[in-house]
Write a protein that binds this ligand. Structure first.
Ligand SMILES: N[C@@H](CCC(=O)N[C@@H](CS)C(=O)NCC(=O)O)C(=O)O
Length: 208
C-alpha cells in the first residue's frame, strides 16, 4: 500500500495517522501536489493528495473514501468511528465540520497564494465560514466529557479536528487568533502530544 502526499496536508495527515493506528504497513511517498504534479498525475489524473495505491494497483483518493476503505478492513472494535447509531451520526457531524474547516482554510490559502488580486467578497465569505466552523466545533468540544469525542483514544472525528486546527495555525495564524477557542486549543495540545501525531507530521511547505 502506498500513501502519496505530504503530512502538512490535513487530509493526508489524517489518513497517515489512521494507517498507523490501524498498524497497517505502508510506503509513504511525500510528493507535493504542485511540485510533483507530473508523477502524481500519472497515478491520479486529478493530481491531488492523499492518493492511496492499493497492492492490486487500484488507486483511491479523497481522505473520507480512503478511510472508509481502511475502516472496512478492521474489526468493529478497532474502527476509529462508532458503530451505526447516534454516536456514529454525531461523529460524522463533527468530522464533517472539521473537514469543512480544513477545506475552507485551504480555499483561503489558495485564494491568497494564486490570485494576484484577491477577491474581497470571496475572502470575506470564507473567513466567515472558518470562524463559524471554529465556533461550532468549540461548542461541541467544550460540551464533551473526557479528552476524546468517543472512546478512550482519538477517532476519526478527533483526528480530523486536530489536523484541521494544526493546518489553520500553520497557514492562517492571524485568523485563528481572532477566535476564542480554549477547548479546541486543549484538544489540539492533547492530540499533538501523542506519538502518532508527532510521527505523522511535517512543517508546512507552501506550494510554489
Ligand atoms: N476532499 C479531499 C481534499 C484533498 C485536498 O484538497 N488536497 C489538497 C492538498 S491539502 C490538494 O491535493 N490540492 C491540489 C489540488 O486540489 O489541485 C480529501 O479529503 O482528500
Amino acid at each position: 500500500m502506498i500513501l502519496i502526499g505530504q503530512y502538512d496536508s490535513p487530509f493526508v495527515r489524517r489518513v497517515g495517522i489512521a494507517l498507523n493506528l490501524y498498524d497497517i504497513v505502508y510506503e509513504h511517498r511525500p510528493w507535493s501536489s504542485f511540485g510533483d504534479h507530473a508523477k502524481l498525475a500519472a497515478i491520479n489524473p486529478l493530481a491531488r493528495v492523499p492518493t492511496l495505491v492499493l497492492p492490486g494497483g487500484e488507486v483511491l483518493m479523497d481522505s473520507g473514501l480512503i478511510l472508509d476503505f481502511l475502516d472496512h478492513g478492521q474489526t468493529a472494535a478497532r474502527r476509529l468511528v462508532p458503530p451505526p447509531g447516534p454516536r456514529r451520526t454525531e461523529a460524522l457531524a463533527i468530522t464533517g465540520l472539521a473537514l469543512g474547516l480544513a477545506e475552507k482554510l485551504l480555499a483561503l490559502f489558495y485564494e491568497r497564494r494564486f490570485h494576484e488580486v484577491v477577491s474581497e467578497r470571496w475572502q470575506t465569505r470564507v473567513e466567515g465560514q472558518i470562524l463559524a466552523a471554529l465556533a461550532a466545533l468549540e461548542t461541541r468540544c467544550s460540551a464533551r466529557h473526557g479528552s476524546w469525542f468517543f472512546g478512550e483514544g482519538p477517532g476519526h472525528a478527533d483526528i480530523a479536528l486536530a489536523c484541521a486546527l494544526r493546518f489553520g495555525l500553520d497557514v492562517h495564524p492571524e485568523l485563528m487568533a481572532r477566535s476564542v477557542i480554549p477547548a479546541l486549543a486543549a484538544h489540539s495540545a492533547s492530540a499533538e502530544s501523542l506519538p502518532v501525531f508527532r510521527t505523522v507530521s511535517q512543517p508546512f511547505i507552501a506550494p510554489s
